[in-house]
Write a protein that binds this ligand. Structure first.
Ligand code: SF4
Length: 398
């Protein structure tokens, strides 16, 4: 990726009738469960892992042959719990089934406590060329509160190991608005991230689902979240500091050095197509959407029994496709092109929704200029509200 994002990706057409696919492989295993986590994951179980790897390779072989793809993304869960040879087997399965482009981006999500220089070097030999570390904080106290298994020192060491293993494309995740966190605490984590100088950073506000165990720990220990206004200050502060250090914010939660945007994740935000493999994985291809059964044992059993692993499959209606293109596209700093959406979806969004959007424009949350619509930074902080007003009252988006 050269950093031009939307437009660059939009130009490449392939034999499968569209842009190259992204391939997503879900790895649903973790060594321990964090107190805020609502992802599809379970505890590491060695016999199940071996059966799961064979099952995912089997699911990949069931895909139509020869489609073009240019990204592979191992997400989780904790993909770095797999052996490098297992990751290599799945990369090879993708390469055998799909026309994977030379220079494809191959990302491994990794937790700092699960890697070593040797394991990262081995993953690199197996074809991984990008690592995304779930660091979340560089303060041990905060990491403990979240139930993370690593320390700040381990995160620094893991980053150094990735560099020594030859990775020149590394992303670090930080979480904001942690229990008991102040703006000054957050500055410590930002300082540490800048010192390491990764190519990419993701910055998320902690979201606590209703029954998250972390809520109980917070109540017991008397930790509270900073007021909403502080969360907004934290977000703006992090973005400004990273931009001053040469990062470009290209999406609500993502920043990259020039040319280092996540090519895989851009597919989700630019109306792209992807196939997901593994339990709970989602796919979007040729205006059809489907998702797999979520249970790992059930998923594996179905593959072994030559049964379908698809739980739900349905056509993506024209209305849903447009809404998703808008909701996802507006997450990007560049926003969406009115003309491109008209060409792809047959609707002039400004002519249709302009009147409903005017209040957001007047409030400085949304900008309409040069044929594009985009959120301002204050608008990004209120993205759901802005986008809600943006669509007709009877609209639904999944
Ligand atoms: S490591 Fe990630 S996926 Fe696993 S429990 Fe923690 S937050 Fe969830």
């Amino acid at each position: 990726m050269t950093g031009t994002g939307v437009t660059e990706n939009a130009g490449r057409r392939t034999a499968n009738g569209g842009r190259p696919l992204g391939l997503y492989v879900h790895v649903p295993f973790c060594a321990s469960i964090c107190g805020y986590c609502n992802f599809n994951r379970g505890l590491f179980d060695a016999p199940l892992v071996a059966a799961y790897v064979a099952a995912v390779a089997g699911e990949i072989r069931r895909a139509p042959a020869g489609l073009a793809a240019d990204t592979i993304y191992f997400g989780g869960g904790t993909p770095s719990l797999l052996e490098p040879a297992e990751i290599g087997a799945l990369v090879r399965a993708c390469r055998e089934r799909f026309e994977v482009a030379d220079g494809a981006e191959v990302t491994l999500e990794a937790n700092p406590e699960t890697v070593s220089e040797a394991s990262l070097a081995a993953c690199r030999r197996e074809g991984v060329n990008r690592v995304s570390f779930g660091v979340q904080s560089f303060r041990d106290e905060e990491l403990k509160r979240l139930g993370r298994a690593h320390t700040a020192a381990r995160a620094r060491a893991a980053f150094a190991e990735a560099r020594r293993a030859g990775f020149d494309n590394v992303s670090l995740d930080l979480m904001l608005w942690l229990p008991g966190q102040t703006v000054a605490h957050l500055e410590t984590s930002v300082d540490a991230l800048l010192e390491l100088d990764p190519e990419h950073a993701s910055v998320y506000l902690l979201e606590l689902y209703p029954n998250a165990p972390l809520r109980e720990s917070m109540a017991r220990a008397g930790w509270s979240l900073a007021p909403d206004d502080d969360a907004a200050d934290m977000y703006v502060r992090v973005m400004e500091r990273l931009e001053a250090a040469g990062f470009e914010q290209y999406e609500i939660s993502n920043l990259a050095k020039p040319g280092r945007r996540s090519r895989h994740n851009l597919k989700y935000w630019t109306d792209g197509e992807w196939l997901g493999f593994g339990p709970g994985a989602h796919s979007t291809h040729r205006r059809v959407r489907w998702n797999n059964v979520t249970g790992t044992a059930e998923y594996t059993r179905r593959i072994q029994a030559s049964e379908t692993v698809v739980a739900v499959r349905r056509p993506h209606s024209a209305r849903e496709a447009l809404e998703e293109a808008l909701f996802m596209g507006l997450r990007l700093s560049e926003g969406v092109s009115v003309a491109a959406l008209r060409e792809a979806h047959g609707v002039d969004i400004w002519a249709t929704f302009g009147e409903r959007l005017e209040p957001a424009v007047a409030a400085g949350l949304l900008v309409h200029e040069d044929g594009r619509l985009r959120l301002t930074r204050p608008g990004m902080l209120m993205a759901n509200e802005v986008m809600g007003a943006f669509l007709p009252a009877d609209s639904t988006v999944e």
